[in-house]
Ligand binder design. Structure first.
Ligand code: FES
Length: 131
């Protein structure tokens, strides 16, 4: 009779996170055009937007000016070629592609990679603050 050897503890799930991790949040068809929706992705509150040309974008939901989680309730539009959401609080506009504030160059909100696969919106990692 050999004593049972306990298996090694599983590695913590956080250590399993890979940069390629994509989290499904909803179907594109469920997103109203030019309206935001919120989702919890990788533990972060994310605002998801679908524009009139059927692009899908994901930003952090928190408005750094208003210090409130409101961007998903903002107003979607375009300035020139730039798709943006304007915060419902004081109307600062953020570029949906980069999260950069169009009214204050020093401010940005996190933006996230988005993919649509077979009609399902997948949100990936936070984009780096590339120019
Ligand atoms: S000060 Fe509130 S959104 Fe700009």
């Amino acid at each position: 009779m050999t004593p049972a050897v306990p298996p090694p503890p599983p590695p913590s799930s956080a250590a399993h996170r890979t940069p390629e991790e994509w989290q499904p949040v909803c179907r594109v068809a469920e997103l109203e055009v030019e309206r935001g929706a919120t989702a919890l992705v990788h533990g972060q509150a994310i605002a998801i937007f679908r524009t009139h040309d059927d692009q899908v974008y994901a930003l952090g939901n928190h408005d750094p000016f208003a210090k409130a989680s409101v961007l998903a309730r903002g107003i979607v539009g375009t300035r020139g070629d730039t798709p943006f959401v304007a915060s419902p609080m004081h109307k600062h506009a953020f570029d949906l592609r980069s999260g950069r504030c169009l009214d204050d160059r020093n401010v940005s909100v996190p933006s996230y990679d988005v993919r649509v696969v077979e009609g399902v919106v997948l949100v990936g990692q936070r984009k780096s603050d590339a120019a």
